[in-house]
Ligand binder design. Structure first.
Ligand code: SF4
Length: 281
């Protein structure tokens, strides 16, 4: 752990990475939250039926040695522009409503975004785009997302990452993806009673969503639905319940700088999501 630095919102001092239960805003874990250090223990600890406990267990996971080293190195070294801030440096649990109608599935946390702020999509350019759009379509209370004390709240919506730790070059390995899969599968199993629409960001988020729903016993159309911006598929649960899957280009700088994804395009998909499963939608 590096020197203590003040949290930008509260001024309270934290080391980087942040110890569980140290008082970081929104930290779901306590000092005694059980830690998964192997894939087998991830599978065992993911069996909880308590979403808050699941979030806590995710947030202290250490099952992928390469990702643990990377997220903690970034937390200690810090980008120059954030040198005066503590970095969360831990896995990023899902965030938002515990019984959402809309679920947004992303790839993995950003090294200097969520890995710094401790909250998914918070503190980077992708998140700026996403939260601004969510606000425009009525799914977020504010257009910004800076840190866990900014007052932001999602409305009827939750966000999750497929892989919960920041990976080098934003590229987790297949083994890391599979090691992390029980966390998102467990979370989906706890959320499916309320979720009516899933927005998958990018083809990786799309494939991960299909894989995760299959893993918890849901049926996916055949042939496998193809990802595209605005693509739509239907997922069917064992009891016949259905969830709409919407594809959306990832609001990465690669997509937003080049104009591949524009604000109206992002708003279109999120507006469809906002209207799905409502009494009038
Ligand atoms: S990527 Fe997932 S399984 Fe691997 S250490 Fe992070 S939270 Fe644990």
């Amino acid at each position: 752990m590096s020197d203590l630095l003040p949290h930008p919102g509260t001024g309270e001092l934290f080391g980087s990475p942040v110890p569980p239960g140290a008082g970081w805003p929104g930290d779901p874990a306590a000092a005694d939250t059980p830690v998964a250090a192997t894939p087998a223990v991830v599978r065992r600890l993911a069996r909880t039926r308590d979403l808050r406990e699941l979030d806590a267990r995710v947030s202290v996971c250490r099952a992928c040695p390469r990702l643990v080293a990377w997220r903690e190195d970034v937390a200690r070294d810090k980008r120059a522009s954030y040198a005066g801030e503590p970095y969360w440096g831990r896995p990023i649990p899902g965030w938002g409503s515990p019984s959402p109608r809309v679920l947004i599935v992303g790839l993995a946390p950003a090294a200097n975004g969520a890995n710094r702020t401790g909250r998914i999509f918070t503190g980077d350019r992708s998140g700026d785009w996403l939260f601004a759009s969510l606000h425009r379509v009525g799914l977020a209370t504010r257009p910004i997302s800076v840190d866990a004390t900014d007052g932001q709240e999602l409305i009827d919506t939750r966000m999750v990452a497929t892989v919960r730790c920041a990976p080098p070059q934003n590229k987790p390995t297949t083994v890391e993806r599979d090691t992390c899969a029980p966390w998102i599968e467990a979370e989906l199993a706890l959320l499916v009673d309320s979720v009516r629409v899933v927005v998958a960001l990018g083809s990786i988020g799309w494939d991960a969503t299909l894989r995760s729903f299959r893993a918890i016993g849901w049926e996916v159309e055949r042939p496998k639905p193809r990802f595209g911006h605005g693509a739509e598929a239907t997922l069917t649960g064992p009891d016949g319940a259905t969830v709409v899957l919407l594809g959306c280009y990832h609001p990465s700088q690669q997509n937003t700088f080049t104009g591949r994804l524009t604000e109206p395009m992002l708003d279109d998909v999120l507006r469809r999501a906002a209207g799905t499963g409502t009494l009038s939608g």
